[in-house]
Design a protein around this ligand. Structure first.
Ligand SMILES: CC(C)(COP(=O)(O)OP(=O)(O)OC[C@H]1O[C@@H](n2cnc3c(N)ncnc32)[C@H](O)[C@@H]1OP(=O)(O)O)[C@@H](O)C(=O)NCCC(=O)NCCS
Length: 202
């Protein structure tokens, strides 16, 4: 599992991945509950990528592709980066159904969290998940996120305001590295140091 920055050339992978996995993704992701295929046409990637790139230049958002054996397998976004007295961000992710259940999201989130604390020098990372999203809650639990409370009517998902659980993790809680801990616990096989600007390999 590897994380890398999104590219303009990801248009077809993004579009195909999102459209072919509509049933797997739509119940959990913000959106109006209609027009999924239209919103994920490859031609929309360019404007999305351009907006994301502008946010990345400001240091506010880091949109990453999750690769499994060098193939596009989903995305992970570090967003809402706030500096000053907060030093915080949120993470969100999705993984293609064909590779689900093999620890991909856990590995990707571990890499991202370590990168946030060790390279971006953030102090706190948040994540939210619908109460019914057992897989995502299990991922956050493995990473070490604490459940902090219920946010009522937090996000529109499939056209309806949905309650979400809020999870938090601070840098001192992840001291020593999440990847290292997961390797020690046998949840992850191993880790190679980041190379060539990549965020890491597992
Ligand atoms: C959530 C998601 C990212 C998980 O990806 P993944 O690569 O399968 O995740 P992992 O294999 O690393 O871990 C999945 C965990 O969920 C658990 N799990 C999966 N389905 C479950 C279920 N129905 N009930 C309980 N636990 C479940 C697995 O056992 C595993 O936990 P473990 O490591 O403690 O055994 C993926 O299912 C997805 O993209 N879902 C749709 C989009 C989404 O929900 N995004 C997150 C929004 S908050």
């Amino acid at each position: 599992v590897r994380l890398r920055p999104v590219r303009l050339a990801d248009a077809r992978s993004w579009s195909h991945g999102r459209i072919s996995d509509q049933q797997h993704l739509e119940p959990w992701e913000p959106g109006p509950g209609s027009g999924w295929a239209e919103r994920h046409k490859a031609q929309h990637w360019f404007s999305l990528w351009r907006q994301l790139r502008a946010q990345t230049k400001k240091g506010a958002v880091y949109p990453l592709v999750i690769e499994v054996e060098r193939a596009y397998a989903g995305q992970l976004t570090i967003g809402g980066v706030q500096r000053g007295a907060l030093q915080s961000a949120w993470i969100g992710y999705w993984v293609a159904s064909r590779v689900c259940g093999g620890g991909v999201a856990t590995a990707a989130a571990a890499l991202a969290v370590d990168w946030c604390f060790q390279s971006l020098k953030l102090h706190r990372i948040e994540a939210t998940a619908r109460t019914e999203n057992l897989a995502s809650k299990a991922v956050l639990d493995s990473i070490g996120f604490r459940e902090e409370g219920l946010i009522k009517d937090y996000l529109v998902v499939q056209g309806t305001w949905r309650d979400h659980l809020l999870f938090g993790l601070t840098a001192p809680e992840a001291k020593g590295g999440v990847v290292n801990r997961l390797v020690r616990e046998g949840k992850i096989l191993g880790a190679a140091p980041p190379a060539g600007g990549r965020t890491g390999l597992l």
